[in-house]
Design a protein around this ligand. Structure first.
Ligand code: GCU
Length: 680
């Protein structure tokens, strides 16, 4: 039985007898050139994969013969290679790779080559994926390189192994047993990440604990870095801004104080002695009560630049988060990050990235793109997506997130006219930045299957694939993941794809349709609670966001309201500002709309809102029906696991619908439209 531990690296025997025989003919052996740890793990991976997928011993060959896989960095390949390969190598950087079938001296060779050994590892994983997906490998001609440089997971993991917004058990980092005990799981984590191109990991929570910067913990982080290094994965840590006080015994953390600056420089030196390829720091400052430079009357740039100076000598970066808000600012929360950061454009050192969440509030089921994208051309902006489903049903709801990620990166900021997509901001092409990045808040925990819900694995997978190539479609990625996870029977693939593809929209419908947001349960963010009020901070209440009253519902962010629309470039600002032109999916995000407003469908807003909530429930029910068709056709443990969770999701979709419809009805005072079952 299958417990999901192996993720998308299951390497089950190819179930097609004709194909397996063909593959055996085409892969007589392999030869890896080079001796680095990355080459060694690549060879080991290919050996494992071939022996299992082809169910026969495939060995390394010293002498080149026909039908072998030849893998190695260009400089280590002694064969005369076709000229086009050398030309292409010049364009693909250190992480890119080429997989090419060609003939030399009458021998058929499948070459996996790159400029650096890490590219060979990535190419090896790609080749394995082709076999897993039962693709044609007769005549390969693949050239790949990542569009974004830093492709990171952000673990919100605490040193006591609890995970902020984690729904898959405890942290996989066993700080207690590190550095001496290396859980084999760390290596599997690295394999899985390398297979999708993730090249960095921030080990600790953004709500940081200074202790991780003490020698004792740095040694533990160094042990993890040693495991990850062959896989091209760098370790990063979160830096608590007040660390110089808490662990450095200084009386201040003022970023302009020479003692404080010296302390960080020495800390950086100490870190790099233990972790020579340490990636750098991720910082949450002056947000949700975290300390930061503003405590000393300094700016975000003063703070970021101090840390950047400490790590620049070693090639490290600082990822400074734009997720800031403060209740002393009587401003629409959606506007605060832009207000604080836009004026600082051009004031950051070259090794600073500003890490911006996809939307201006907080990882909601649906948000418009963050207005900072396109607003800071002088500064590399990193994307921060959330893979863990804090606001999307957490560990129990099946929600495939690639459509959410894609919706954001395909949005057009119009910063430099039409076509200035968020994707071009973050891949550096819009404003010519070489330093680029994307981060995903991890959904990984110590559950056997890593992510709690099996389908959480698809979101980890999708994040990595999109971080590598944001031009892939959600559907392509879903199809890959399904084939790697459930095998290649088309009937099964189609059913599961039909479950995954609409799943995010389903959840928007039963939770927060038409631009509603942040009406989840108080603090834990699970389940509906649009009624929350009377909290010390306005943004801690739900009523702050939906603003339902007897006239209508929605947050007026137009020029007559909070004017958040003005943070977008024209024509986006005018479109969002216009009641008629604003896409209905964002309607209540930007407008306070009367209950009897006529929607595009001809229905009133109230009827339309009900429609969405009811449609959300119906779609979860039909999703369950589709899943039931898989009984007996897929592994029974996986089947049962998902079936049980879907039952919860179905009940909770009803819970969401009833709670929201009944609560909003107390304002609209309108009946539930005919034909709908009665909520209770
Ligand atoms: C959300 C989340 C917090 C987290 C914060 C952040 O608000 O609920 O738990 O700390 O985001 O991104 O910093």
């Amino acid at each position: 039985a299958e417990d999901g531990y192996k993720l998308w690296l299951r390497y089950d025997k190819i179930d097609n007898p004709v194909l397996i025989e063909k593959y055996r003919q085409l892969i007589k052996g392999y030869s890896f050139k080079g001796n680095s740890p990355s080459i060694k793990v690549a060879e080991k991976e290919l050996n494992l994969a071939l022996n299992k997928l082809l169910d026969c011993e495939i060995q390394t060959l010293d002498n080149l013969r026909s039908n072998v896989i030849l893998a190695g960095a260009h400089k280590n390949i002694t064969l005369n290679l076709p000229e086009e390969i050398s030309n292409k190598l010049k364009t693909i950087g250190d992480e890119g790779y080429i997989i090419k079938t060609f003939e030399t001296e009458g021998k058929r060779i499948t070459l996996i080559t790159a400029n650096a050994d890490i590219g060979v590892l990535y190419g090896t994983f790609h080749f394995i994926r082709l076999l897993q997906m039962q693709s044609d490998i007769d005549n390969l001609n693949i050239v790949e390189s990542p569009l974004i440089k830093l492709r990171l997971l952000n673990h919100w993991d605490n040193l006591d192994r609890t995970v902020e917004r984690g729904y898959a058990g405890f942290s996989i980092w066993n700080w207690h047993l590190l550095p001496d005990y290396i859980d084999p799981r760390y290596k599997d984590y690295a394999r899985a990440n390398a297979s999708i191109g993730v090249n960095g990991t921030v080990l600790t929570n953004v709500n940081a604990n200074s202790l991780v910067l003490t020698k004792q913990y740095l040694k533990k982080a160094a042990a993890l870095a040693d495991v990850f290094r062959p896989y091209g994965i760098k370790v990063y840590l979160t830096a608590r801004f007040s660390a110089p006080i808490e662990i450095g015994k200084l009386s201040t953390a003022d970023p302009l104080n020479p003692e404080v600056r010296k302390w960080w420089k020495e800390k950086a030196k100490e870190i790099y002695e233990l972790i020579p390829d340490f990636g750098g720091f991720l910082v949450k400052a002056n947000s949700e009560g975290q300390p930061g430079p503003q405590n000393y009357g300094r700016s975000h740039s003063d703070g970021a630049n101090m840390l950047a100076e400490a790590v620049e000598h070693y090639g490290g970066v600082v990822m400074w988060r734009a997720f800031v808000y403060d209740n002393n600012v009587p401003e629409d929360r959606a506007k605060q990050a832009y207000n604080e950061f836009k004026p600082l454009d051009g004031k950051f050192k070259d090794n600073v990235l500003i890490q911006v969440k996809n939307g201006p509030i907080d990882f909601q089921p649906r948000e418009p793109f963050h207005p900072l994208f396109g607003a800071m051309p002088e500064t590399p902006l990193m994307m921060e997506f959330q893979i863990t489903q804090e606001y999307l049903g957490q560990g129990t709801h099946l929600v495939y997130l690639a459509p959410l990620f894609k919706e954001c990166i395909e949005s057009d900021t119009y910063a430099k006219g039409a076509g200035s997509t968020v994707a071009k901001v973050i891949d550096g092409s819009l404003d010519n930045h070489a330093l680029t990045g994307i981060a995903g808040v991890s959904n990984i925990g110590n559950d056997r299957n890593w992510t709690g819900h099996l389908f959480g694995q698809s979101n980890w997978y999708a994040f990595g694939r999109l971080a590598w190539n944001h031009n892939l479609t959600s559907e392509q990625i879903a199809e890959e993941w399904i084939r790697l996870t459930f095998g290649n029977k088309n009937e099964i693939v189609e059913i599961i794809k039909n479950i995954m593809m609409p799943s995010r929209e389903n959840t928007v419908n039963y939770m927060t349709p038409l631009g509603l947001h942040h009406i989840m349960g108080w603090d834990h963010h699970y389940g509906p609670a649009p009624w929350i009020k009377d909290k010390p901070r306005a943004e801690w209440t739900s009523v702050y966001y939906h603003r339902a009253d007897s006239n209508g519902i929605g947050f007026d962010r137009t020029v007559n309201g909070s004017n958040a629309v003005s943070q977008y470039h024209s024509p986006v600002s005018e479109i969002f500002n216009s009641l008629e032109k604003c896409p209905e999916k964002y309607l209540l995000w930007f407008h306070h709309v009367p209950w009897d407003y006529k929607m595009k469908s001809g229905k009133t807003l109230w009827e339309e809102l009900c429609n969405h909530y009811y449609a959300g429930v119906d779609s979860v029910r039909s999703m369950s029906k589709k899943w039931k068709q898989l009984e007996g056709k897929i592994d029974s443990e996986l089947f049962d696991h998902v079936s049980m969770l879907m039952k919860i999701q179905e009940d909770e979709a009803v819970w969401w619908r009833n709670a929201c419809v009944l609560y909003f009805q107390t304002f609209s005072k309108l009946p539930i439209p005919e034909g709908f079952e009665k909520p209770d």
